[in-house]
Design a protein around this ligand. Sequence first.
Ligand code: NAD
Length: 472
Amino acid sequence: MADMAAAIISERMQFNSEDASALAKELRVGFDSGKTRSYQWRASQIEALIKLTQNHEEEIVRALYSDLSKPHTEAFVHEIGMLKNSCKVVLKELKHWMKPEKAKTSITTFPSSAEIVSEPLGVVLVISAWNYPFLLSLDPVIGAIAAGNAVVLKPSEIAPATSSLMAKLLGEYMDSSCIRVVEGAVDETSALLQQKWDKIFYTGNGRIGRIVMTAAAKHLTPVVLELGGKSPVVVDSNINLQVASRRIIAGKWGCNNGQACISPDYIITTKDYAPKLVDALKTELEAFYGEHPLESKDLSRIVNSNHFARLTKLLDEDKVSGKIVYGGERNESKLRIAPTLLLDVPRNSMIMNEEIFGPLLPIITVDKLEESFDVINSGTKPLAAYLFTNNKKLKEQFVKTISAGGLVVNDTTLHLAVHTLPFGGVGESGIGAYHGKFSFDAFSHKKAVLYRSFLGDAALRYPPYTNTKLRV
Ligand code: NAD
């Protein structure tokens, strides 16, 4: 159903590189007019975004349901609520962010003063992904606007209902001389990527991230790449197991049925503790989603048949299929896969070697919990890593030794909701970060400005260079 809608959209679009070039030029004229630089313009556009969201909440929820069967509460809290929150933070803080920041000077420039001026980069491109199609499209746009840029948004064709709704609503509510939406898939994105932008902000997988970065390199355009990875959860035995299980479930199946970049990808625990953990997860899963989770209205469906096939292939691999300890049911025509736990899957299985991005959760075991850090560090750097423990030393060791985009101790995914923390990856999980002030910074150039007077004109700077001057 979603596949067909995506095909219809891309057929209809016919947006080629001439169109992309004309659009980039048009927005450059908008940016060059200077209007995006004023506080008033930036604030008015953020206010328009709040109004758009408030006035069309039900339509947004319906579009998210059409694209993903996203549960009402998740749509409200994770997409609409988070977006409004980002807008509110900007409206509260923007004047302060826009102020030049005083910088210390040194004896070399005495007397002088210095400041760092945040200036907009110009005309920027945001390319977003399908899993949180409303939030992941508009959150970077908020940063771009707050920093005073003109912006083109290219939402994901894999969430076509949300894509076309955003195109319609942004056209109605926002200043179209400086803020535009281009719908489409590979051809349209490729046409956009041929143009020169002042920044490209991309959310999606690393394979396409490399395509984006290669295209950007041609124009020396800086990029933010919000990518993914295998986010591990380390579970100790000295914990409140019920709370931990609920929080793991909330971060996995409660986030778009595991189709979230920071959802737990796999669990590591000790051999001794694994049976207890499996039991607790089963109990809570059943309490949340009932005996027939394929029928649950509180779980998103798999986005499309390609992803359904990808996930079932991971589950059906010979060395993995016997390891299912809970779930495993699926309904292909409804694109539903039940929450599934797998125990002791081989480390060389496909499921342990690619990002799962769905409702499957393998648990691997170690003799001693400390070994889990080596397991994590032997892979590529994840977008997030989680630890459940009451052991102070283990927490310290975790923070010191695990390199990931972000870490959470005794919960999952919630660092995303703290706007004073940067959100982004490291290594294979991404380049750059955003959220709150970090979004503003991601779309600003930090201009160094030094003020001198005509005093303090040291002779040492000027030829002829003599030893006498050096001794001064
Ligand atoms: P996707 O398929 O929607 O692709 C992302 C964007 O790339 C889309 O707008 C799409 O049109 C465009 N695209 C696709 N093929 C292209 C090509 N050949 N050339 C140019 N552009 C192209 O999304 P996805 O990649 O399936 O998203 C899932 C991945 O994104 C996962 O790895 C997930 O972890 C990651 N992700 C990361 C974050 C984050 O904030 N770090 C958030 C969500 C998803």
